[in-house]
Design a protein around this ligand. Sequence first.
Ligand code: NAD
Ligand code: UFG
Length: 339
Amino acid sequence: MKILVTGGAGYIGSHTVVLLIEAGYEVIVFDNFYNASKESIRRVEKIINQSIEVIEGDLRNRDDLKSVFEKHTISSVIHFAGLKAVGESVEKPLKYYDNNVNGSAVLCEVMAEYDCKSIIFSSSATVYGDPHTTPILEDFPLFATNPYGRSKLMVEEILRDVYVSDNTWKIILLRYFNPVGAHESGTIGEDPNGIPNNLMPFIAQTAVGKREYLSVFGDDYDTKDGTGVRDYIHVVDLAKGHVNALDRIENFKEVMTVNLGTGKGYSVLEMIRAFEKASNKKVAYKIAQRRAGDIATCFADPSYAKEVLDWKAEKSIDQMCEDGWRWQSQNPNGYKGIV
Ligand code: NAD
Ligand code: UFG
């Protein structure tokens, strides 16, 4: 079965491509390399010891997408391609709506034209806004607090409407919590541009000496130690969730919406300590102001994923930090500088 992976050169996409191929799927990667390096594909090819067909193109360009479907009979699409920087989305909302929302709509149109009606979409825990309680269940109220989050909610709604209009579609919406870590080989991982927005890459860059210290955004939240609590999930566990979803997609008779998280919450200070243990390096930090838009606590109730996808996150916080450190220490500049 040929699976089209949009955004397959990116962080989560590249890890998922490895697992898909290991599970016996044939994979075509579609990416415009806006936030990815071709080196990630070369590294994936090394891990799986085979070459991957990569089509360079943009979601919003119908002809780029058509060229994929003309050449290959695609049975399902795993749709990772999108922009994900929350802060940038506030400054440039139209860029986000165009890329993430319009891009997804064009993708669905072209899929339907070629009678490919099976899609797994990368949604996010951000669609729960500031949840009234935790752990978070899939039927909690939805509320986005920034254009990035709204773009995810809009695509969820678009896909639900697509299903209402034609219930032969097979649609799974996967809501990720906080993906971290890297493939155990240490050869692929997260490679943020510039100063990282997210906690784990910032901690990793501090440990490796690229950043002087980490700013801990607030220590006065109503949490175990006052710092923000999140559900960090190993990217390989997350990738496995996609393989399980794909294995089952044909059996589902409605749009499936599933949380992919571990069900456990760790604070910023706990993450710093876990990373120090894994790396044997000191992570200098200073307590700073709260970051606008942040919430105190966010973690999943992952029981529905177990029930419908037979999936459960398996890797511990120590493994997340060890694998993240292996990637960071072996590739202090990520994929940059490699031609
Ligand atoms: P990423 O930026 O590493 O990967 C996204 C990929 O999509 C990149 O390779 C980029 O070049 C490509 N892309 C972007 N716009 C495109 C377009 N118009 N046409 C073709 N390719 C395009 O991000 P990631 O962390 O791997 O995230 C994958 C998906 O998961 C995204 O949709 C993201 O919003 C979602 N998600 C990520 C997180 C997270 O914390 N990483 C959390 C929840 C949801
Ligand atoms: N944090 C710091 N210092 C930093 C970065 C983060 O203290 O330099 C703290 C934050 O305040 C928060 C925690 O670390 O308490 C996690 O922050 P991240 O930025 O790593 O993750 P978020 O939970 O804020 O958001 C991430 C993605 C969103 C996504 C969401 C849920 O950035 O796009 O997870 O999946 F929607």
